[in-house]
Design a protein around this ligand. Structure first.
Ligand code: NAI
Length: 395
């Protein structure tokens, strides 16, 4: 293992699971030149994925976005494969099957027995621990996370996740492959939510709490947060993601951190989900949506926006959101789970934030952020707003 050589660059890649993520990952690997073998438990699903990817490549060629011969060459590198056992020897096998620990462990057991020791075994899990999956495979030091974002062909970021026993060699090869595939790798320990899904939690949580506290209506809170350069406010963004999907990620992080109050789901979002108001996909979430996608009730009170963004931290959606994002990022770095540059890269590429939270903290002043959190902790005791000890020392 080690650096990507000409051989590993062209070696076969296995993809297990031909759904949204598996298909996209297969397309990325085939575009980079690998023969890609796709396996799915449902008969015909792998073949359908190959056909779907081929059609979308041809469509891009017809639109002049891709050379037609190149589109055909990529498509020709994709093959369905009947079973995990029937895969050829691969440089890496990436699984994107159902998010279920026992099912994934079964798969890694089979992969461990059927692929040579030199093959990297990767999971695209977004919420399970690499440390729970890896021991199921023979030679577990070669198991790592390769967490792609949706849709993989368009999203540049890949979180490369190291379990406790993932070897440094395997991490190096994972990072090199991701780069060779035209993506941007960031490295992270196997911590709940990894970088993006962990650090982003307060972006949603603070806005929901501000509405609960009656500080302002959702449209006004969203407009306040947009003044900091975010393309969408947190409440309209969760309507786009799906309130159910966003709540599930938050709840998973909350459980995995032993119910840390920082991640406790809000009654506001729980009620939206219980009432079936899941966002754009159901026509109603925080806002209501007309058939053309506009939301007539997303109209901010501009005078109130100006008043709130000039107010103290407790009622200021911008200051409060940024303080919490910075705190989360600083804590992740302080625990040694990811480096500061990787955290900033992950948040700008993975979520489209205008600035990384570490860079933002430096701009606001880490001690100012600490003092804001102390004020918030006084207003809302219970641990959610406890400042990271590293805010005292980080430069
Ligand atoms: P999906 O439901 O679209 O696709 C899963 C596919 O796996 C289906 O085609 C299913 O037939 C197949 N499958 C299920 N069990 C299998 C097994 N034992 N062996 C072989 N094939 C099996 O799911 P999606 O959204 O593609 O997610 C897959 C994985 O990627 C999950 O672990 C998920 O947490 C993760 N992920 C999802 C993201 C998303 O935005 N959808 C983003 C990042 C990660």
């Amino acid at each position: 293992m080690g650096p990507v050589t000409e051989q590993t660059a062209l070696a076969p890649v296995g993809v297990i699971g031909a759904g949204a993520m598996g298909s996209g990952i297969a397309q990325v690997a085939a575009t980079a030149g690998h023969p890609v073998f796709i396996v799915d438990a449902f008969e015909g699903a792998a073949q359908r994925a190959c056909t779907r990817i081929t059609e979308s490549l041809r469509k891009r060629a017809a639109q002049g976005k891709l050379d037609a011969a190149e589109a055909d060459a990529i498509a020709a590198r994709l093959s369905p494969c009947d079973s995990v056992e029937a895969l050829p020897e691969c440089v890496v096998v990436i699984e994107a099957i159902v998010e279920d620990l026992e099912v994934k462990k079964d798969l890694f057991d089979t992969l461990g027995r059927t692929q040579p020791e030199s093959t990297l075994l990767a999971t695209n899990t977004s919420s399970l621990s690499i440390d729970q999956i890896a021991p199921a495979a023979m030679h577990p030091g070669r198991v790592l996370g390769l967490h792609f974002f949706n849709p993989p062909p368009a999203m540049k970021l890949v979180e490369v996740i190291r379990g406790e026993i993932t070897t440094p060699d395997v991490m190096d090869t994972g990072v090199a492959l991701v780069k060779a595939w035209g993506k941007v790798p960031v490295q992270c320990a196997s911590t709940p939510g990894f970088i993006v899904n962990r650090v982003a939690r307060p972006f949603y949580g603070e806005a929901q709490r501000l509405v609960q506290e009656g500080v302002a209506d959702p449209a006004t809170i969203d407009a306040c947060v947009r003044t900091a350069g975010f393309r969408m406010g947190p409440l309209e963004l969760t309507d786009l993601i799906g309130q159910d999907v966003n709540l599930a990620v938050g709840t998973s992080v909350w459980h995995q951190t032993g119910k840390d109050p920082r991640y406790e789901p809000t009654p506001f979002q729980q009620k939206l989900v219980a009432d079936g108001n899941l966002g754009r996909k159901t026509g109603k979430g925080v806002y209501t949506y007309a058939a053309d996608g506009t939301s007539p009730d997303n109209i901010p009170d501009e005078a109130k926006v100006a008043e709130l963004v000039a107010s103290g931290v407790v009622t200021n959606p911008v200051a409060r959101t940024l303080a919490m994002l910075v705190n989360e990022a600083v804590d992740l770095v302080d625990r040694g789970e990811a480096g500061p540059a990787d955290v900033d890269l992950a948040m700008t590429l993975g979520t489209g934030y205008p600035k990384g939270p570490i860079a933002w903290g430096r701009e606001i002043g880490f001690r100012t952020v600490r003092d804001q959190l102390i004020e918030l902790d006084k207003a809302f005791p219970g641990g959610r707003y406890r400042p990271s000890p590293a805010l005292d020392t980080i430069e």
